[in-house]
Design a protein around this ligand. Structure first.
Ligand SMILES: Cc1ncc(COP(=O)(O)O)c(C=O)c1O
Length: 370
């Protein structure tokens, strides 16, 4: 903390991360858990998050890109790492093999290319087959998977270790989800199931936990973020990341004074205005202008005027005894008051995923309980 020159940082509570992981384990037992740590672990810091989770012995970790996988290997992460994103171009299979990552195969052509790359490397390579049951993004069709199963199983340098699909409407449309699960189950009946069968993300895990596959792939729940349609008070997971800044400037303005670009906010009366040093370049989005609140001394204080690139202004008239240097919680909890990622996403008309992954690289991550 002493080395933070600018008080704008994301505080990551490793205790909450471990708590969430253990809760998930208990919820889905005996199924295994593959925490998803893609996109810099949803903004929490991939290496630190993976290191903390690795001590909990997860079955494997999930990333989206090869670069995310190689970053974790270079940081010394030993757990199996599944690269969930479809590999393109196929020559990239060589990098996956070199780094001991587990690739996803989403077509017969990819399976063949992986077999050739594996043969060239002299290593036996395990892969997971992605089946498209309704997401419409990547994945082999269930029919092609079933018809070619013996072919896929028959390669000599590769082995299908897992088969999976991704839900398009988990938590949103149970009928659509059931339809996808039905398609997947019917395909499974036609093959000899490999070691891992996984489908459920966080929303799926909560709404279709009886779906009976032997591994789950939660992202949101690991970070304590609430899927759409789930009430925070009913949610068993704790938010892991708080976005914090401090009052760096304080002034009293008379009624009628306008604040920030465009003069979109005018003081209705004598007002105490605090300036905080975080803005949209830090991931505190411009849509939050004149709409969000920041917790200062246990009071939710309204953001006034437009969010700037590096700063925001807040009306702290109602908060008691505010002084420069006081902590400001832009996202998180303090003194019994909370601003959640879901609150900010609601204002911005987006999802909590985007709020978290949008916290920029210039914001230092400060780890508690590592
Ligand atoms: C293939 C796949 N599995 C699992 C997840 C984790 O989803 P969630 O964060 O909703 O739990 C994602 C995230 O988008 C994904 O793309």
């Amino acid at each position: 903390m002493e080395r933070l020159l600018r008080p704008a940082y994301a505080e990551v509570d490793i205790g909450a991360l471990r708590f969430n992981y253990r809760q998930i384990k208990e919820l889905v037992s005996p199924a295994a858990v593959m925490p998803v740590v893609k996109a810099n672990a949803y903004g929490h810091g991939a290496v630190e998050t993976a290191r903390a989770l690795e001590t909990e012995n997860p079955e494997m970790l999930g990333v989206a890109t090869i670069e995310e996988g190689t970053q974790l290997r270079e940081a010394g992460i030993k757990s199996p790492i599944l690269v969930l994103g479809s590999v393109y171009p196929f020559k990239n299979f060589r990098v996956i093999i070199e780094y001991g990552l587990t690739p996803v195969v989403a077509s017969l052509a990819a399976a063949k290319a992986l077999e050739e790359a594996a043969e060239g490397s002299g290593k036996k390579v395990f892969f997971h087959l992605e089946v498209d049951t309704g997401m419409g993004r990547t994945g082999i069709s269930p029919q092609t998977a079933a018809d070619n199963w013996n072919h896929l199983k028959g390669f000599s340098h590769t082995e299908c270790e897992g088969v999976f699909t991704h839900l398009a409407c988990a938590g949103e449309d149970l009928r659509e989800t059931e339809k996808q699960l039905g398609i997947f189950r019917r395909m499974l009946e036609k093959i000899s199931p490999p070691r891992y069968i996984h489908v459920l993300n966080t929303a799926g895990m909560l709404t279709s936990s009886g779906a009976g596959f032997n591994m789950v792939r939660p992202g949101l729940a690991i970070y304590g973020l609430c899927p759409d349609g789930v009430r925070r008070q009913d949610y068993p997971f704790k938010p892991v990341l708080s976005l914090k800044s401090a009052v760096i400037f304080l002034k009293e303005v008379p009624g009628g004074i306008k604040i920030s670009y465009g003069g979109t906010w005018k003081a209705p009366r004598k007002t105490l205005i605090a300036t905080l040093c975080a803005g949209y370049a830090d991931g505190y989005r411009r849509e939050l202008s004149n709409k969000a609140g920041v917790i200062i001394n246990g009071t939710l204080c309204p953001v006034v005027g437009r969010v700037c690139m590096d700063m925001i202004m807040v009306d702290v008239t109602a908060a008691s005894g505010v002084r420069t240097g006081d902590e400001a919680v832009l996202m998180g909890s303090s003194g019994g008051v909370s601003v959640t990622a879901e609150d900010l996403a609601g204002i911005c008309g987006t999802v909590n995923y985007e709020i978290l992954t949008g916290i920029s690289s210039r914001v230092p991550r400060v780890y508690r309980g590592l």
